[in-house]
Design a binder for this molecule. Structure first.
Ligand code: 8DG
Ligand code: MG
Length: 150
């Protein structure tokens, strides 16, 4: 029995990520990752869906944990299905993308998980103005012409 459980744990499974395009004016909130997947590339705030959460609840929780920001009105944008094979431990994420505004547009982003991120900044959504390098799933969206703004 124990043996079976150990084998079960070793078998990789897809996980669900929820990430948020926080929109302010023409800009989105990006931070340079320190996590193993996508280290030193610019990515959206977000994280893993926890048991029982709605996408909005997860997005708001992750945004708050990572930046201290209070998420305002949010809506579903799109989903991706990506493999991260260039990892010590290969990963597979189904990632839900939301867009949201801030509850208080004047609230300032804090870097609350400095072990996971170098800091947060607002960047205009323009392929020539976005910081480089972008986290590759995000780079792929930019390349495809995706626009998170309504
Ligand atoms: P947690 O343990 O705090 O719940 O999660 P986390 O440590 O903050 O997770 P994460 O890596 O930030 O996000 C989960 C996965 O979502 C990430 O490993 C891959 C996927 N993902 C994308 N695009 C993006 C993105 O732009 N930003 C973030 N943060 N994750 C993304 O496919
Ligand atoms: Mg995260």
């Amino acid at each position: 029995m124990e043996m079976e459980m150990e084998m079960e744990e070793a078998k990789p499974v897809p996980r669900v990520g929820v990430v948020v395009f926080v929109l302010k004016g023409k800009s989105v909130l990006l931070g340079r990752r320190r996590s193993s997947i996508g280290a030193s590339t610019f990515a959206l705030p977000g994280g893993h869906l926890e048991f029982g959460e709605s996408f909005e609840e997860c997005g708001a929780r992750e945004l708050k944990e990572e930046t201290g920001l209070e998420m305002g009105k949010a809506e579903y944008l799109t989903v991706t299905n990506n493999l991260f094979l260039d990892q010590p431990k290969p990963a597979h994420y189904v990632t839900i993308f939301l867009r949201a505004v801030l509850e208080d547009p004047d609230q300032v982003a804090q870097n609350l998980e400095p072990n996971k991120c170098d800091g947060w900044g607002w960047y205009e959504w323009d392929k020539d103005k976005l910081p480089q390098p972008l986290f590759w799933p995000l780079q792929e969206m930019v390349r495809s012409g995706f626009n998170p703004f309504p």
